[in-house]
Design a protein around this ligand. Structure first.
Ligand code: ADP
Ligand code: GN1
Ligand code: MG
Length: 365
């Protein structure tokens, strides 16, 4: 709850200039507590994003913020080099008055970003042009990070997209059944188990070297990119908590998982949930046009595999969280994680039916 934190005193720790006006909950992220802060600077209102970092998940905030500092610096330099506006075209940290990238109040960790004005992060695709733009932004981000030295980054959440590990976690949650919810979700549990052969499809290829590890974003949802309200063009990729070694197939796949569904991720009415192949093609075009020439044939062939896998894995993570008592993803109502899991499983079924077409579309580009 917003009232839990002493926002005036927290915001006073950061170099915002001006005096505190208000701080309200903002956005629809599942992980951190995000707020829009308004300050008054000599009669001019200025906005910032204040985030309470989820330190249950990000146990080592120093390492997390080390990564964010490096990646935001790297992005800012590239925006400056091309003559862009770093206040809108990349995520910019606001330092504390003692020069740090976060503030610890003895209990909570806070960080602050410049608020990207006159821009929106969408929850569903309104218009294919927006999705194309998001694809160009994420493809461009991957291309930019090709020049980033991966050895500087901590692997902040190990095995983040290791679907085999995710499956093992799911089995453990099911066996423990700490909330007594297993019987209620037997159908979903059986569905996950019957698709378990999917788990190794990308991790095994990474292990054998067939698919290269790159520095990737790892959380490429449509709502993690800001689009300019005036031009509709993508401005900045945000939510950099999971920038780590990963595969292009994950980044591509996670965008497809979220964006090619015309319904909400937690839509309870599954008749509204389906996989839009036309949007998949739109995203392919945007992503491949921006990601650069270094994409290997094996990666290309596995882009649709990434889409199926990220959707399967995410559904499994939602179901695991439901079994564990909704302790990971934020929920706002009962059974929300179960609804989320169900939408993902419906999408996987749809994608598997369209899989031949999806592969052909990727390979002919
Ligand atoms: P989470 O990790 O919980 O997903 P995000 O960093 O994605 O948190 O932030 C949640 C939401 O807040 C985003 O989807 C976006 O709408 C908004 N947001 C985050 N950073 C900014 C920013 N710098 N400017 C404007 N809006 C932002
Ligand atoms: C979380 O933070 P957010 O809402 O952008 C999650 C992703 C999931 C996504 C599902 C760090 O993303 O992995 O795919 O929810 N982020 C983390 O919507 O676990
Ligand atoms: Mg987010």
């Amino acid at each position: 709850m917003a009232a839990e934190y002493d926002f005036p005193s927290v915001s006073a720790q950061f170099c915002t200039g001006g005096t505190f006006v208000s701080c309200v909950r903002y956005g629809e992220g599942h992980i951190n507590d995000t707020f829009k802060l308004t300050v008054n600077d000599n009669g001019i209102e200025k906005h910032y994003i204040l985030q309470r970092i989820n330190n249950r998940l990000f146990a080592d905030v120093d390492k997390l913020m080390h990564n964010i500092e490096l990646v935001t610096d790297f992005c800012r330099k590239s925006v400056e080099k091309r003559g862009g506006d770093p206040l809108r075209e990349c995520l910019m940290l606001v330092r504390t008055k003692d020069g740090k990238s976060f503030y610890f109040d003895g209990e909570n960790y806070f960080r602050m970003y410049v608020f990207i004005e006159n821009a929106t992060s969408y929850q569903v695709v309104r218009d294919p042009a927006d999705f194309y733009e998001s694809a160009r932004a994420f493809g461009g981000f991957a291309s930019l990070l090709a020049d980033f030295d991966a050895s500087q980054l901590y692997e902040i959440l190990p095995d983040f997209h290791n679907t085999k590990v995710r499956y093992a976690n799911f089995l453990r949650a099911m066996e423990k059944d700490v909330c007594g919810r297993k019987n209620e979700v037997q159908k979903e549990v059986d569905w996950v188990i019957s698709h378990k052969d999917l788990c190794g499809k990308i991790v095994d290829k990474i292990a054998s070297g067939e698919i290269p590890l790159r520095v990737t974003h790892n959380d490429t949802k449509l709502n993690n990119v800001m689009l300019d309200d005036a031009t509709g063009k993508a401005l900045a990729v945000i939510d950099l908590d999971t920038v780590m070694p990963g595969s292009l197939c994950y980044d591509f796949g996670d965008s497809i998982r979220f964006g090619c569904n015309p319904a909400a991720e937690d839509e309870p009415d599954l008749s509204k949930v389906n996989f839009r192949f036309d949007l998949y093609e739109t995203y392919l075009d945007g992503y491949l046009s921006a990601v650069g020439g270094s994409v290997t044939e094996e990666e290309k062939k596995n882009l649709p595999v990434g889409a199926v896998l990220m959707t399967y894995e995410c559904g499994m993570r939602f179901l695991t969280d439901y079994l564990e008592g909704d302790v990971y993803f934020k929920t706002h109502r009962p059974k929300q994680n179960l609804d989320r899991a169900r939408t993902q499983f419906k999408l996987v079924d749809d994608m598997l039916s369209a899989f031949g077409k999806m592969t052909d579309a990727a390979m002919k580009r």
